[in-house]
Design a protein around this ligand. Sequence first.
Ligand code: NAI
Length: 408
Amino acid sequence: MELEYLWAMSIKILLLENIHPCAQEALAEQGFQIHVEKGALGEDQLAAKLADYQVLGIRSKTQITAKILERNPHLHAIGAFCIGTNQIDLIEANRQGIPVFNAPYSNTRSVAELVLAEMVALSRQLGDVNNAAHRGEWLKSAKGAREVRGKTLGIVGYGHIGSQVSILAEALGLRVLYYDIVKKLPLGNARSTDSLNDLLTQSDFVTLHVPETPLTRNMMGASELQIMRRSACLINASRGTVVEIPALAAAVKSGHIGGAACDVFPEEPENNDQRFHSELQGLKNVILTPHIGGSTEEAQEAIGREVAHSLGEFLLSGLTLGAVNFPQVSVPPKDKNTSRLINVHRNVPGVLGEINGIVSKAGGNIRAQYLSTDIHMGYVVMDTEGDKPGQIFDQVSRLKTSIKTRIV
Ligand code: NAI
């Protein structure tokens, strides 16, 4: 059996909260031992349970507190099989040398598709005619119903989701404009505008894809909505705080804004048992969805694959790309003739010199060395030739500055 596979078999991974089965399959294929539990665990229960595991996979319900991490310093990594990582004490995880991996862009396409559907739905007042038909009313009319072909779409925030929307919208025959605070390469025939106002005055649809920052808070208020073309539609599947809801409600009521689709709100129910309230409820041609932009089966599967892949790459090769709380290191696969030492250490002067001194005294030769640091932490992956990898490992792991050391 390959050495790497043998090493992998010694790693036990606990997956909680119904993580997509593809993650379990992908990790098991690499040789790791997997234990799955359906629900989340409380603080004490999880802290005790982790004694038997080196890696933990969670979704958004499990809280990873400092107490859990302090009681389990042997943890190698945490996989957050979701987008956000607020449920994890990232600072404490960093302090303990535990990288946290998530999948921030696995649901990009799902959001983009919802936006496309909403443009067509708003153009044909689908929400209203559908509701009427359910009530038994027959509202057949072409008045105010339009094709999206040939119209102008303005995308605010040309990142992962905005740029996907751009490509899909062009395929439907829309002309695409975008505005971003960072200079972005236009895709297809899209054109950037110099200002948000420029975009607003030219667009039949405006779709928002910016993060929540002090700059984007209430970025679409009364004056921005007023600048938009008469009867234009607004779509927000980014963050609830980006749109000033009372101003949007007023603009829809006055008829200046022809329709709106909102997937996110300044205040959202915490679960499906709570009631949802918004000033936008009951307004004409307004589509309200419960933050489902990224909630698809495909996105869940993509998250499962992506985080399982990141964990595998970290455990077997030492890559930390994509870790949200850790120095980033990208390394090539290990050469069969070398040993790979992975060390997390406190970021103080002289550590690398000490490590290199140990290798040199053991008669080893450093073939490659990859280092990355943050303010508290240094992370080094080192490939060495020589016949004393065990001695090097022992001495490096005993350094006062070492937090975690392993050989793969
Ligand atoms: P991203 O980080 O790839 O792109 C955001 C873009 O906005 C970047 O290009 C950035 O330069 C730009 N930007 C930032 N501040 C700006 C400003 N003041 N004006 C103009 N442009 C600005 O993010 P991604 O993945 O495209 O996500 C966009 C938004 O969608 C985020 O708010 C995210 O939380 C949200 N989202 C919503 C989901 C849902 O279920 N509805 C699911 C996934 C993401």
